[in-house]
Write a protein that binds this ligand. Structure first.
Ligand code: ATP
Length: 236
């Protein structure tokens, strides 16, 4: 479904992504784990067109994404929940969710309403708080809002950048539960995480990124047992 092949990305002289290849198949949860600065965010930003690649290939359902603008890329069914959530704090929860539809040029009112009901069904807490300003939500609720907004585009794949960042252990559990649920409803997930343990538990397959290069890859449950991974990422 999503294929990243021999990708190279630079920030000036910094070679941030070095010959990275990643594949995500339809229906999977694939996680990309790695330490601060490994290049995880850069890979997601390159897939969604926010960062230009130096070389390599990124295709989604055989469409060459590197040739397209970010606004076009989302129309293929790719939703991005960026790091730090980026909700519109001075807008209500409902308005934030609606923005998800407008950003992805779904302007049909009935369709927006229907999609919003789907989102509210998944996140009853957002329904309860739909008239509240997004800035007054807790961190976990803002994360739910960011995911809910992304779902408004009815994506085939959702790219999530560190959804557990800054959340309490209980909310981390909740967010990972939501990721599983979203996936169970047929949405493929590419998950970037520093919380390697939780990410490997929820994912089917994983890639370990170290200073811009893929160090290890394979079945997520196998990697959970891998000594190298345990030592470097699981605090064992
Ligand atoms: P984190 O987990 O801390 O978010 P990450 O794995 O997502 O890290 P990236 O943000 O992709 O890592 O950064 C990869 C490398 O590229 C780092 O060395 C970083 O310093 C560098 N980098 C990222 N953005 C820029 C930028 N705008 N200008 C220069 N260097 C950058």
């Amino acid at each position: 479904m999503l294929k990243v092949e021999n990708l190279n990305v630079h920030y000036g002289v910094i070679h941030a992504i070095n010959d990275v290849s990643i594949e995500v198949n339809d229906g999977e949860i694939v996680t990309l784990i790695g330490a601060n600065g490994a290049g995880k965010t850069t890979i997601l930003q390159t897939i969604t067109g926010l960062k230009k690649a130096t070389s390599g290939l990124v295709t989604f359902d055989n469409i060459d994404l590197l040739k397209e603008e970010p606004s076009k890329i989302v129309t293929h069914g790719i939703a991005h929940v960026p790091e730090g959530r980026h909700v519109f704090v001075d807008m209500t929860v409902r308005e934030n969710i609606e923005m998800g539809a407008y950003m992805f040029s779904r302007k049909d009112k009935a369709q927006i309403e229907e999609q919003m009901e789907n989102v509210f069904e998944k996140f009853p807490r957002l329904k309860e708080r739909q008239s509240q300003l997004a800035g007054t939500l807790s961190g976990g609720e803002q994360q739910m809002l960011a995911v809910g907004r992304a779902l408004m585009s009815n994506p085939k794949i959702i790219l999530m950048d560190e959804p557990s960042m800054g959340l309490s252990p209980l909310l981390v559990q909740e967010i990972f539960g939501i990721i599983k649920e979203v996936n169970a409803q047929g949405i493929t997930v590419l998950l970037v995480e520093q919380n390697a343990k939780m990410a490997l538990k929820v994912a089917n397959r994983a890639y370990v990124l170290e200073t811009g290069k893929i160090k290890l890859s394979g079945d997520a449950k196998e990697l959970l047992k891998n000594d190298e991974v345990k030592k470097a990422y699981l605090g064992a």
